[in-house]
Design a protein. Structure first.
Lengths: 566, 99
């Protein structure tokens, strides 16, 4: 009996040797990545939601059955399988040394793959941490290229609705391939965000595999979760499939900068370049104009001119902002387009070209600073230790005037020599203090939500709204009004009698003395008290040094702090 | 009703190709105009390449056409596209949109 059994086993080996060794492969990193399997209890579960992404009924939770069934189709050179799942086919063929006869070809003209990081966009909670997309650049250049990214259909949901659905995974998301020029128009001229580009160090084969896998992705969607299964996570998962080792692993939250930094850490990025938002360039040019020039520029938006008398500085500023204005004020598009041509002709007569801004090449690739640790000393009072696990600081580009910062889950401990410590958790701390002028009439806002513990639980919730103005391209003057819902004065660190809704006024000036030294001055009426704050902020590499003096009628406080941006 | 005015003498490009040209032209109109006056002209180069690939006429012909005074002075995107349609038909006997 045993002999017959052994003979049958030998026969099976001769007929179908690869099947005997399938076991080695279905738990491989490559196979689990290809089908988006994640550890679930003692087994696996794929993040892909469509049945069409699997060839067996239990494929979503059973990588083994899925592998064995796939292997059978590969052995049979099944055309449908090869067409629908070309990278799985390629992978299985390679594992079993089978003949590779692909049914689909991907374009061979992809020269390189870029990863693009449009940074924070404060008008949409989904974009506050930035976005990530890949660009498949052809040998004809970037305008001939496609982008590849993961997007969720959040409909028109904003704020609370978006947060609830986003946190609970109620949005469907897909990988999408679309022309680069279409997507970039939105970033450049509608939202006008800074974008950082990097070349990804991928081999020809890895680039081909990326394209082959995109074909497979047509067969499924993936639920979007705001914190840990978002665009950054899925771009990371997509890259895991073609890279030699994983960069995106399971975390409690994931943001685009982490993927960029992960790629940086394994030396997969090169040629960093930055495209600065047109509005920033325009604000600088506009502030440099005199009143008459400013009036002349504004008429170019509202009146169609046969000839333009304006000087080159006005024309350049007008051209820089023209596409943004066309995209955001369609009623002005006819005038702007007509005057834009006239302006260009005049500049050409003056032999001035090269007005449109180009990407700024960086000398080397840099990590994105997204965390910070800090130590402060409040004289005659306490020491403060802080850690911000999510912190996109306004000081990453120190001499930029705008204060656009995103902080999440910031923690602080104040240690008093005689008394209990104060614990502070800043759930969110968002600042969008941006310039307003006669052309870009943008409003500024701040939101902060903090919880404190010192013998009892305390809270301070802030919402401010207002405007800020450029002062000679060196400073930013701001004026905000808002409300605090609080039972804790977090400036004087005094418990209030009860939870109160208190109005607040803030007027301040941040002024750049040099490229790495700022002076700040502000007056605020907050917690029904007047506070005057003055201070200096000095940046040395990634270290921020702050010396701040806070005065109110009862006392003065001097705070010296050091914060390291990671 | 829009009449296919070119149909008696010219051939319409396949739909896929036509849509690609229309989309690129309309989406990038402002940059195509800017290219005529700027130092670099990546959008014109890309469109010239698309048109050349579709019609077999050289890229340099389209490069000249897109930089012509008439084309670079047209302030309305749709008219810009239709002007290009006619100029392309003259240069190649192909067109991409019925007028």
């Amino acid at each position: 009996m045993n002999k017959i059994y052994l003979f049958l086993l030998f026969l099976l080996y001769l007929i179908s040797p690869p099947l005997l060794f399938a076991e080695d492969h279905y738990t491989s990193r490559e196979w689990l990545n290809l089908l988006y399997y994640e550890q679930s209890g003692s087994g696996y579960k794929s993040l892909a939601e469509e049945d069409g992404f699997f060839i067996t009924k239990q494929g979503k939770t059973n990588p083994k059955d899925e592998y064995e069934a796939s292997l059978k189709l590969v052995l049979a050179q099944d055309l449908t399988f090869k067409t629908k799942f070309p990278l799985r086919y390629k992978y299985i063929v390679k594992q079993h040394n089978l003949q590779y006869a692909p049914a689909v070809q991907v374009p061979a003209n992809i020269n390189k793959v870029l990863i693009a990081y449009p940074n924070r966009y404060m008008n949409n909670p989904a974009s506050m941490f930035g976005h990530l997309f890949l660009v498949l650049e052809t040998n004809k250049g970037i305008l001939d290229s496609d982008i590849l990214h993961y997007i969720a259909d959040t409909a028109a949901d904003r704020s609370i609705g978006y947060m609830i659905k986003g946190l609970s995974g109620q949005y469907k998301g897909w990988f999408l391939r679309e022309p680069y020029y279409k997507k970039i128009k939105g970033y450049n001229y509608v939202e006008d965000r800074d974008i950082i580009y990097y070349d990804l160090k991928l081999s020809k084969e890895q680039t081909e595999n990326l394209q082959l896998h995109y074909i497979e992705l047509q067969n499924s969607f993936f639920y979007y979760y705001f914190l840990d299964k978002n665009c950054a996570f899925f771009i990371g998962k997509l890259l895991n499939i073609v890279l030699d080792s994983d960069i995106a692993t399971k975390r409690s939250y994931i943001i685009p900068s982490q993927i960029i930094n992960d790629l940086f850490d394994v030396n997969l990025l090169e040629n960093e370049r930055l495209r600065v938002a047109n509005t920033k360039v325009f604000n600088r040019l506009f502030t440099g104009l005199n009143d008459e020039q400013k009036r002349g520029l504004i008429t170019l938006f509202h009146e169609k001119k046969e000839s333009i008398q304006a000087d080159p500085d006005v024309l350049k500023a007008f051209i820089i902002i023209s596409e943004y204005m066309i995209s955001n004020h369609s009623d002005l598009a006819d005038n702007i387009r007509s005057n834009r041509i006239t302006a260009y002709k005049k500049l050409k007569d003056l032999e001035t070209s090269n007005i449109r801004q180009t990407d700024v090449k960086k000398e080397s690739v840099n990590r994105i600073q997204s965390e910070s640790i800090g130590l402060s000393r409040v004289f005659n009072n306490y020491y403060e230790i802080s850690f911000n696990p999510i912190y996109f600081s306004e000081y990453d580009h120190f001499n930029i005037l705008e204060v656009i910062s995103v902080k999440g889950l910031g923690t602080k401990i104040n240690l008093y020599p005689n008394g209990h410590p104060l614990y502070q958790l800043d759930l969110v701390d968002l600042n969008n203090i941006i310039q307003s002028n006669d052309v870009l009439n943008s409003f500024s806002w701040k939101i902060k939500s903090s919880i404190f513990y010192k013998d009892s639980i305390l809270t301070n919730q802030e919402v401010y709204y207002g405007f800020s103005w450029n002062v000679m391209n060196r400073g930013l003057l701001y004026s905000l009004v808002g409300l605090n819902y609080t039972n804790f004065d977090d400036i004087s660190e005094i418990n209030l009698d009860s939870l109160k809704l208190l109005p607040t006024i803030q007027i301040g000036l941040n002024h750049n003395l040099t490229d790495n030294l700022k002076i700040i001055v502000s007056y605020e009426n907050k917690f029904q008290k007047d506070y005057i704050t003055t201070g200096f902020i000095y940046k040395y590499n990634n270290l921020l040094n702050k010396l701040i003096l806070i005065n109110n009628k009862d006392h003065s406080t001097v705070k010296l702090s050091f914060e390291y941006l990671l | 009703m829009l009449l296919p005015i070119f149909s008696y003498a010219h051939t319409k490009l396949p739909e896929d190709t036509s849509n690609k040209i229309i989309s690129f032209t309309l989406f990038n109109y402002d940059n195509l105009i800017a290219d005529c006056y700027e130092k670099d002209s990546p959008y014109i180069s890309q469109l010239a390449s698309l048109l050349s690939e579709a019609t077999g006429v050289t890229e340099s012909t389209y490069y000249r056409l897109l930089n012509s005074k008439e084309q670079s002075s047209e302030p309305v995107p749709v008219k810009y596209m239709l002007l290009l349609n006619r100029k392309m038909a003259e240069a190649s006997n192909y067109y991409f949109v019925d007028e």
